[in-house]
Design a protein around this ligand. Sequence first.
Ligand SMILES: Cc1cc2nc3c(=O)[nH]c(=O)nc-3n(C[C@H](O)[C@H](O)[C@H](O)COP(=O)(O)OP(=O)(O)OC[C@H]3O[C@@H](n4cnc5c(N)ncnc54)[C@H](O)[C@@H]3O)c2cc1C
Length: 425
Amino acid sequence: MMRLSNGSRVVIVGGGPAGSFAALHLMRFTREAGLALEVRILEPRDFSRPGPGGCNKCAGILSSSLVRDLHTLGLNLPDEIIQAELDTYILHMDKTEFQIHRPDSEWRIMSVYRGSGPRLGAPPFPNTFDGWLLDQARESGVIVQRARVHSIHPSPHPLVITAQETLEADLVIVATGVNSRTPLDPAWGYHPPRSEVMAQDEIFIPTELCGHCVHVYFDYPPGLIFGALIPKGRYANISLLGRHLPPGAVDDFLDGNDFPALFPDGLHMLCGCTPRVAVTAASGYFADRMVAVGDAAVTRLYKNGIGMAFITARAAAQTAIQRGVPRRDFARGYAPICRGIVADNLYGRLLFSLWGITRHIPFLLRAWERAVASEINQPPQRQRHIRILWGMFSGDEPYCHLFWMSLSRSALMNIWKSFRESKHG
Ligand SMILES: Cc1cc2nc3c(=O)[nH]c(=O)nc-3n(C[C@H](O)[C@H](O)[C@H](O)COP(=O)(O)OP(=O)(O)OC[C@H]3O[C@@H](n4cnc5c(N)ncnc54)[C@H](O)[C@@H]3O)c2cc1C
């Protein structure tokens, strides 16, 4: 029987958000089931080290849905982890600018550091979100080991091999993301998701610019899908997503969007990395006694990857404890959740394509702009366009909700009214 029982060993490979969430969910479900497992996370990084070596390289925006989900595990983000509360997205286009304010004050989104801040930052170094999550796992009874896994073999029970030891597991959870080679032996039939390269850096921001607004740009450099400036305490993160971004894309982005004018004392780059972001799902992401979670399995297109790490880790842990660990149990209990994320991403692609088209048609863009402006003083339930843009850029709501909202009668009427007004105004 492929079920976990008292004393069974679960090895989690990777201690980023997906690995820590998997461990925390496992501990919660085993407590509820009256089981006692050995849960072990293997993670090579030291998250207290500033710079890319101690960091899982991301813009670090936590969606409000994730912040609420954390409470279900009894986790409250300490103030020292939060670098900024974000309440406005400012969308910069060639000749215009949209301000999208948080539609509901309950929807708290915030920025965090995944590691301990930029490589060339100055003390005191910011606190790390990934390190804090690992500590929460450790405090709940999980064994956390500093080790890189070289390979994982199927055999009757999975064998997890590091430079120091070989661990036999009753279940192996793969949470290695998409920024390193998978340690899964080809015999598992696992193929990682397709990914795209992003470019990131960090800058100091003058005190008067420290704030609560994320600035989003679309025009430079060529190939950019979007670029964002995200405040994080006394620094700001710059994250660019695009196709075939050239080396030096961050410099081109800053020059092309007139940043030097905002920084008379000069712009100093403090870090710099080119991480990958997953844009499709993996295949073969579960098998007998093996399941992949987080980016290594599937994530939301472009936004809220950490929130998806939470959701996939919960579904995998719940399936393992409440159903079992054979392939067919993961197919019934886990795969439908992952397929739901894949289906939602199709709506995401449609929304981003629609947004791309709108940006290039001046009268449509003006109508959107007016529709957004006319909603500002409306109650949240009538702020259709604000919610759509807020949801797309913050990752706060499923793309499918946002897509159907954009086709709702009230949203289309609002655009039509704004279009007529802009024609006559
Ligand atoms: C530029 C950029 C900006 C982003 N911005 C955001 C954002 O603002 N908000 C958001 O929610 N998401 C964002 N994401 C997505 C987010 O980073 C990921 O979805 C999230 O980190 C996935 O978590 P994970 O635990 O699956 O993978 P990761 O965070 O990549 O963690 C994987 C872990 O596995 C470890 N590991 C790898 N190989 C091995 C091995 N062989 N043995 C042991 N350990 C191993 C690594 O050291 C790492 O700690 C962004 C991504 C990029 C690239």
